[in-house]
Write a protein that binds this ligand. Structure first.
Ligand SMILES: Cc1cc2nc3c(=O)[nH]c(=O)nc-3n(C[C@H](O)[C@H](O)[C@H](O)COP(=O)(O)OP(=O)(O)OC[C@H]3O[C@@H](n4cnc5c(N)ncnc54)[C@H](O)[C@@H]3O)c2cc1C
Length: 330
């Protein structure tokens, strides 16, 4: 019986692993990919994490994992398939309780721990930290993958500063796309917002701000068919869906903002998600089901970044400790 099973080893999961180890918890971190680091691994340059200016994302992921390894954190390279709360007074509870270290196995809430089914087997734990992150929806067009990190980005907050004084295109029409365009317009000479419809889905107040900016041009009813460039983005090929007219627009950067997909499917029946699939949890990372905590990009929050994911890892373990103490005192 583990005190905590951490699912995912991006910045949130790795930070949770470090805090759990230092707190003396019996913890294991499960990671489905061959390497820890999560989305950070595919980031060309990270320039907004204190103390590590301009670090390559892969190196950063390795540094985080090395830190956890140095402390002796336990990892399993395994994919989580399901999480099932154990109800009190079931056979599983009686079996699990006999292994309980502190007598905290009965949980503070209505459940008595969790069964974690993985590709490799089954684990029992008193608490769960869900840190499976999120992935950015892709356009799936030629040039997108080839030029990713070379002018193609999925995060204006992360990479916008690299395009100061230059021309960029944001693709999308929702809140994130419009917020990204407004953010980029503060530093870029020119920003195109390319949207496939004739109206934006973003909040009215954001639309008004966007349309008031002199260096933003919205290109309506238009899809991007190709991103062009040798080893750096040079232009995009676009097509008007209504007229069929094709054009090429010179840009230095392309920001894809067509959606973020939280990796929360396996949690959907276990704890509450919002309408976009994010696990509902506040700053204490406590989910609606007692004993489940959400950390990093998978959680409902305003800013999804490495530093906020790492902070969540720390907060989640603090909440786990409080939960276990409460359970022990019951
Ligand atoms: C291209 C790009 C550039 C970025 N640049 C920056 C930047 O410059 N600065 C910044 O602060 N942020 C940046 N970000 C955002 C930052 O990477 C994320 O906010 C951060 O990685 C979130 O961390 P996380 O631990 O919550 O999730 P993730 O990093 O997504 O990690 C989740 C981990 O969980 C694992 N996992 C998922 N499902 C399972 C499962 N069922 N079983 C086991 N393991 C599972 C995944 O394999 C992954 O390793 C960037 C993101 C992208 C995509």
């Amino acid at each position: 019986m583990y005190d905590v099973v951490i699912m995912g080893s991006g910045p949130a999961g790795l930070c949770a692993a470090i805090y759990a180890k230092r707190a003396g918890l019996k913890a294991v971190t499960l990671e489905k990919s061959p390497m820890s680091g999560g989305q950070v691994l595919n980031t060309y340059e990270v320039d907004n994490y204190p103390g590590l200016p301009g670090i390559n994302g892969f190196d950063m992921g390795m540094k985080f994992r090395e830190h956890a390894d140095k402390l002796g954190c336990e990892f399993l390279n395994d994919s989580v398939l399901s999480v099932t709360p154990i109800q009190k007074d079931t056979e599983l509870v009686r079996a699990a309780s006999s292994n309980t270290v502190d007598g905290a196995g009965e949980g503070a809430g209505s459940n008595a721990g969790f069964v974690i089914e993985t590709e490799g087997g089954v684990l029992h734990t008193k608490t769960v930290v869900a840190a499976m992150g999120a992935s950015h929806a892709k356009l799936g067009i030629p040039g997108e993958e080839e030029l990713s990190g070379m002018g193609v980005s999925y995060c204006a907050t992360c990479d916008g500063a690299f395009f100061r004084g230059r021309t960029t295109a944001v693709i999308g029409g929702g809140d994130v796309a419009v917020e990204d365009a407004i953010f980029l317009a503060r530093g870029c000479e020119k920003v195109y917002l390319i949207h496939r419809r004739d109206e934006l889905r973003a909040a009215k107040i954001l639309q008004e701000e966007l349309l008031s900016l002199p260096n933003v041009e919205v290109i309506w009813d238009t899809v991007v068919e190709r991103i062009n460039g040798e080893d750096q983005v040079e232009s995009i090929s676009v097509k008007n869906k209504k007229t069929g007219e094709e054009a090429q627009i010179a840009v230095d950067g392309v920001f894809v903002a067509v959606g973020i997909l939280p990796q929360s499917e396996i949690m959907a029946d276990v704890t509450a998600c919002d309408e976009k699939g994010y696990l509902i949890a506040g700053e204490d990372c406590a989910c609606t089901t007692p004993g489940i905590f959400a950390a990093g990009d998978i959680r409902t929050k305003k800013l999804r970044q490495i530093i906020t994911a790492a902070a969540d890892g720390a907060n989640a373990i603090t909440s786990v400790q409080e939960y276990l103490i409460e359970a022990k005192n019951k």
